[in-house]
Design a protein around this ligand. Structure first.
Ligand SMILES: [Mn+2]
Length: 205
């Protein structure tokens, strides 16, 4: 019997007075991406997320960078998380849980995820209050916070050790990518079932 597996794609358009975002994702892609937020370091991070999760991401954000980078990073996290949640649909057949340890030179970060529909972020990452290009580094918590909320993820990120700020942030994104890649992948032994004894993994149920 040939089994028809539905294409897991979605797009989100979110426009407010602070940001205008269009994002398209394909969960079953190969890591192709076009990312433009006018924040080059942030683009670099979203590109890493796409490349290592194999989620194709097409993302354009026009944000109020004349104020600062806060609204752009936070709202991109929200839109991207919503797109992933939408593309996951009823979550039948997904592996649901995963984790990874991600080394990057002197630095080691662990990310654990449950695609639970019950948003929660644990963020044990100390970032010195410095800027990389135009982004204050403490803003990255806001990205992970809004991403976990709209994607409906229980998400725990911990930087176990590391010195270089660029490495610490990048290892968080790469670890998220590797973790998501496994958690959203389909379990061929369990394709027709939502992996929950409750019977649903919908957001906030
Ligand atoms: Mn880098």
């Amino acid at each position: 019997m040939t089994r028809q597996i539905k294409t897991r794609v979605s797009s989100v358009h979110r426009k407010t007075n602070e940001t205008n975002i269009i994002v398209k994702v394909n969960l079953d892609g190969n890591g192709k991406n076009h990312v433009s937020t006018d924040l080059p370091f942030f683009d670099h991070m979203i590109q890493q997320l796409s490349k290592h999760s194999l989620i194709d991401i097409d993302l354009r954000c026009n944000g109020d960078l004349d104020i600062d980078s806060h609204h752009t990073t936070e709202d991109v996290g929200w839109a991207l998380g919503k797109a992933i949640n939408d593309a996951l649909g009823d979550k039948k057949g997904i592996k649901r849980y995963s984790f990874s340890y991600l080394p990057m030179d002197e630095c080691l970060t662990r990310c654990c995820v449950d695609i639970s529909g019950r948003p929660w972020l644990v963020w044990n990452v100390f970032l010195p209050n410095v800027s990389i290009k135009d982004i204050e580094t403490d803003i990255f918590r806001e990205f992970f916070q809004s991403f976990s909320q709209s994607a409906g993820l229980t998400l725990h990120v911990e930087n176990i050790y590391g010195q270089n700020t660029h490495h610490i942030i990048e290892s968080c994104f790469k670890s998220l990518a590797i973790t998501l890649r496994n958690a959203i992948s389909l379990d061929l032994r369990n394709l027709d079932t939502v992996p929950s004894t409750k019977g649903t993994l919908s957001r906030n149920k």
